[in-house]
Write a protein that binds this ligand. Structure first.
Ligand SMILES: Cc1cc2ncn([C@H]3O[C@H](COP(=O)(O)O)[C@@H](O)[C@H]3O)c2cc1C
Ligand SMILES: O=C(O)c1cccnc1
Length: 360
């Protein structure tokens, strides 16, 4: 499934991009006046292979949840059970991501790809990922990763299973009608593997890729950087072997998000990236299929320093920069109206000719 998906990912359609650029020049506004929205809409035309590209509606957030063996290294002050407890909160509609999803009109799908503690009784309906009320998909590859400070976090088979879960969720959501996918994550400790992945794929120093996550103190931060540094030394992951990197120092939600991104790219549907977990997964997706970057839209710049390192490597400019450091998909949801607006311009704005407006 992974190989088939990678093979389906192709470059942007140049003719559709040229048509979008030409259309922009005829719309009733000074050329270039919509800044980054113009480039984005041109790229989305290239992704869709048509101008104007379809409006990115409806939107579907997929929150991949997993636990982390590296929690044992005290890299986060939060107990591991919070991952499962937050899943219950997502399904009950009480988290920040739910509030923003309601505002944006987006569906929420929670995927247990590797939660390590039992889920509290879940009010959500189990079943396939579709558009609608928050729902839970159970696809638990293993109950949390192994401790990457001691051994490889995952086997290659487990990594592939998580990536393919992400691809399957992308397919289900798109088959259900989604016009854009948004990445979400939940996993106490997951900023540590994200920092390790970004360092492994970019070659940046762990001090540049590691942040304070949920807000760790100085001692915990120093420990976290050391854990990432030691893990890279121990595993020496090869960036030319993306599954190997994910297996050595990644997480199940990171692997599944890489799959979601690849799945969206293969279907030529845009995928709006959230924060540092998402962009670390995006580096893995781009290493597996370089053309996948054509489908990626960076929602926001996470306050986590690794996010900026990853975005730079991916060549993506984030749409908003609000100092968010939450995850869940919150930054992607806030950016969604910007993406929709960029495309709507190509659908609805009059041309100088049609509106009888004089050109300069
Ligand atoms: C109540 C709560 C809600 C969250 N929602 C997202 N995260 C975010 O914080 C975690 C990563 O940070 P670290 O690596 O420092 O543990 C992830 O679960 C991420 O999704 C949350 C964290 C907490 C505590
Ligand atoms: O950028 C993120 O996604 C993020 C930042 C801090 C904690 N959890 C997630």
């Amino acid at each position: 499934m992974l190989e088939r998906t990678i093979a389906a990912i192709g470059p942007l359609d140049v003719a559709a991009m040229t048509a979008a650029g030409d259309l922009h020049r005829r719309l009733t506004k000074p050329a270039g006046s919509l800044g980054a929205l113009e480039d984005l809409s041109v790229r989305l035309a290239g992704l869709a292979g048509t101008c104007p590209p379809p409006l990115p509606e409806p939107a579907a957030v997929a929150i991949f949840a997993g636990d982390h063996g590296v929690h044992a290294q005290a890299v986060t002050p939060w107990p591991q059970e919070v991952t499962a407890q937050m899943i219950a909160n997502f399904l009950a509609g009480g988290a920040v991501v739910n509030a923003f999803a309601r505002q944006a009109g987006a569906s929420v799908t929670v995927v247990d790809v590797g939660v390590g503690t039992p889920l509290p009784t879940t009010p959500g309906e189990p079943g396939p990922a579709t558009l609608g009320a928050p729902r839970l998909v159970t696809a638990n590859v293993r109950p949390g990763t192994r401790d990457l400070a001691v051994t490889a976090a995952l086997t290659r088979d487990e990594t592939r299973a998580a990536v393919e879960t992400g691809i399957r969720i992308a397919d289900e959501l798109i088959d259900g009608g989604a016009g854009i996918l948004l990445t979400g994550d939940m996993g106490i400790g997951n900023t540590t593997p994200a920092a390790a992945l970004i360092a492994a794929f970019t070659g940046a120093d762990p001090a540049e890729t590691t942040g304070r996550g949920t807000g760790v103190d100085d001692a915990t931060y120093a420990r976290k950087v050391a854990v990432v540094r030691d893990a890279l030394r121990r595993h020496a992951p090869d960036p030319a072997d993306p599954l190997g990197v994910l297996a050595a120092v990644g997480g199940l939600e990171h692997a599944a998000l890489a799959g979601l991104i690849l799945g969206a790219a293969a279907r030529r549907v845009p995928v709006l990236l959230d924060g540092v977990i998402a962009v670390s997964a995006a580096l893995a997706a781009a290493a597996l299929a370089p053309d996948a970057t054509g489908a990626m839209v960076a929602g926001h710049r996470s306050a986590e320093p690794g996010a900026t390192v990853a975005l730079h490597r991916l060549g993506l400019e984030p749409l908003i920069d609000l100092g968010l450091r939450l995850g869940e998909g919150t930054g992607a949801l806030l950016a969604l109206p910007v993406v929709t607006g960029a495309v709507r311009v190509l659908h609805e704005v009059a041309t100088f000719d049609s509106a009888g407006v004089s050109e300069k």
